[in-house]
Design a protein around this ligand. Sequence first.
Ligand SMILES: Cc1cc2nc3c(=O)[nH]c(=O)nc-3n(C[C@H](O)[C@H](O)[C@H](O)COP(=O)(O)OP(=O)(O)OC[C@H]3O[C@@H](n4cnc5c(N)ncnc54)[C@H](O)[C@@H]3O)c2cc1C
Length: 392
Amino acid sequence: MQSDAEVSLASHYDLAVLGGGVVGLSIAVQCAKLGWRVCVVERGQVGKEASWAGAGILPAGATVSVDDPIEQLRQLSDRLHEEWAAWLLDFTQIDNEYRRSGGLYLARSPAERATLRGNCIWWEELGIGYRKLSMHEVCNLSATIAPIESYGSAGEYYWIQRDAKLRNPRHLAALKVACRKLNIDLFEHTEVLELNASGSTIERAECASDLHEDHRMQIVAQRYCLTTGAWTAQLLKPLGIETGIYPVRGQMQLYRFDQIPFPCVINEGHRYMVPREDGRVLVGSCEEEVGFVKATTQEMMEQLKAWAVSVCPKLAQATLESQWSGLRPGSIDAFPYLGTLYPYTNGFIAAGHFRHGLHWSTATALLMGQHMQGESTAIDLEPFRLHRGNVQ
Ligand SMILES: Cc1cc2nc3c(=O)[nH]c(=O)nc-3n(C[C@H](O)[C@H](O)[C@H](O)COP(=O)(O)OP(=O)(O)OC[C@H]3O[C@@H](n4cnc5c(N)ncnc54)[C@H](O)[C@@H]3O)c2cc1C
C-alpha cells in the first residue's frame, strides 16, 4: 500500500463478496435475505463480464434422486430458478425472461447421432423426458428450421420439453436492483488488490477505486467470499493457494429478426441458438484457451454464422446487431470450487463454474449461504472443496 494514498475504511460487514458476477450477486442476495450486512466489491460494473456475455441456457435437471454431484447441483439449480425468477419479478418488477421454452437437439453426422443416442440413455437415467421428433413435428415447431432430409441419413432431432432459458442481462439487472433494495453496499469500479491475513483469519481486503486517482479502500468483514470468476487464481496465488481455475473464451453473435423465428433453444454439439422474446437471436459459441484476451475473431464469426445459417437459412437475411466474447471461469476437473478457503476459516470460494454459472448460480447461492452459516448444506459440498485431487 502506498503511504501517501487516501485510504478509506468500510467495515462492520457480516460478509464481503469479492466479485460482482452472477455468482457473487446471487450469494449477496441470499445472505442479505438472512439478515446479514453485505457488500459486493466489483472491479468494473457488476454483472458485465462472463455473466453478461453468456447465453442463459438452463438445461433440464434430473427428476429422480441422483448421486452424481454435478447432477445434484443442476437439479437443485433447476428447481430454484423458477423460485428466483418469480421472487425477482415480484421484488424488482424486472422479468428475467426465465421460460421453460424447450430444447431442440440436432445431429447431422454419424458421430453426433451416436453422442445424442448416448445422451438419451443418460436422460433416461436422470428421469429427463425427451422425444425423437419427426420432421413434421420440427416443422410445426418452426418453419424456419432446415429439413432433416437436407442432412442425409444421419439427421436426427430430439426434444426436451423441460429445458429452460433466461435473459441473463435482465437477470443481472434484476439482481442489482434486488441488492440495492436489500441495502447491500455495491462498490463498483473497485478492484480487490490483495487479501491480508493473519494466522487462519483474513483481516481485510485491500482495494483500489478507479474512480478517484490514488483512492485506496480497506474492506473489513467477518467473512469474505471470493467470486471473481476467471480471475480467481490471481487473487489466491499471493496467499499460497493454487486452484485449477483458468479463462476459457467464448464468442457470441446477436442477430435481429422482425419476429421470433423459433421458440426454443437449438443445440448442436457446442453450438447453439437462443431466441429472445423480442425477435433477437444469440448464436454461440466456442471454447478457446487464449489467456485473458477478450476479443472476437473474423474466423470464428464466419464459422458461427455459417453454422447458424445451415440450421436456420432465414438467418442469412437477419441483421447482425453485435458480437462479443467473454471469459468463462474454466475448472481443471469441470467441478466448480465451493466451500471454505482453507487454511483461512473466514474465507470462502465460489468460482470455476465454466459453461454453467448462470444455471448453477441459484444452487451456489443457497449452498454457500448454508455453508457460511455453519449449517448442513442441501447437497454435499465435499466433491467441490478447494483442496481436491491434484490441486493444492
Ligand atoms: C459465451 C459464453 C456463453 C455462456 N453461456 C452460458 C449458458 O448458456 N448457461 C450458463 O449457465 N452459463 C453460461 N456461460 C457461463 C457463465 O456465464 C459463467 O459460468 C458465469 O457467468 C460465471 O459467473 P461468475 O460470477 O463466476 O463470473 P463473472 O461473471 O466473470 O464475474 C466475476 C466478476 O469478478 C470481477 N473481478 C475479478 N477480479 C476482481 C478483483 N480483483 N476485484 C474486484 N472484482 C473482480 C470481474 O470484474 C467480474 O465482474 C457462458 C459464458 C460465456 C462466456
